[in-house]
Design a protein around this ligand. Structure first.
Ligand code: ZN
Length: 201
């Protein structure tokens, strides 16, 4: 709801902030007030950083990652193992795997998951380019690092069917007990998945 006692520019700032994930109208107003109170120290540098990032950001034409160069730093890194292709739903998942230094492989960002109810089909995702990359010489393993959701697993099954016969081995992340997790606190689905995918000790 627009507040007539607030200037148009500030109202617009609040409305734009409210569109960020995790921020509703109330927290957007708080964030706007915080920025206004710290105009020199925070608001001006943030505005400059946003403008610079908006001008510099590129989507990698090879893997779908975001960077300021195309191809991205990961695709250009000669130390990366070209035999392993890790498929993720979104850039946030790539960032999570990179933070954990979980793989030295290269990535492929799908840009979402298959969701017939939302009208999202294979042609809406970076699946065609994945098929081409999976068939490239030297790719030995395609790791499906999808979320453990219904849509994530549906997408993984679809990709597995499409890649069949390409020569590369298809693997997926293990499902089960989280590191440091206690069995008593796990939901039934996680516990069942952990039992089903048990490994030799
Ligand atoms: Zn890339």
């Amino acid at each position: 709801m627009a507040n007539p006692s607030i200037g148009g520019e500030i109202e617009r700032l609040i409305q734009l902030l409210a569109r960020l994930p995790g921020l509703g109208p109330r927290s957007a107003r708080r964030a706007a007030l915080h920025l206004i109170k710290r105009r020199e120290q925070l608001m001006a540098p943030l505005a400059a950083a946003l403008a610079e990032a908006a001008a510099a950001v590129k989507v990698c034409s090879v893997c779908g990652n975001v960077d300021t160069q195309d191809p991205c730093a990961i695709c250009r890194d000669p130390a990366r193992d070209p035999a392993i292709l890790v498929v993720v739903e979104d850039v946030g998942d790539l960032w999570a795997l990179e933070r954990a230094a979980a793989t030295r492989g290269r990535y492929h960002v799908l840009g979402g998951v298959l969701s017939p109810l939302d009208g999202i089909g294979p042609e809406d995702l970076n699946i065609a380019t994945l098929m081409t990359r999976a068939r490239e010489d030297g790719v030995a393993e395609v790791v499906l690092a999808m979320n453990a959701t219904v849509e994530g697993q549906t997408t993984a099954h679809y990709i597995t069917d499409q890649i069949a016969g390409a020569g590369a081995k298809v693997t997926r992340l293990a499902h089960g007990v989280p590191v440091g997790g206690e069995l008593d606190y796990l939901d039934d689905g996680t516990l069942t998945a952990a039992m089903r995918s048990r490994t030799p000790f």
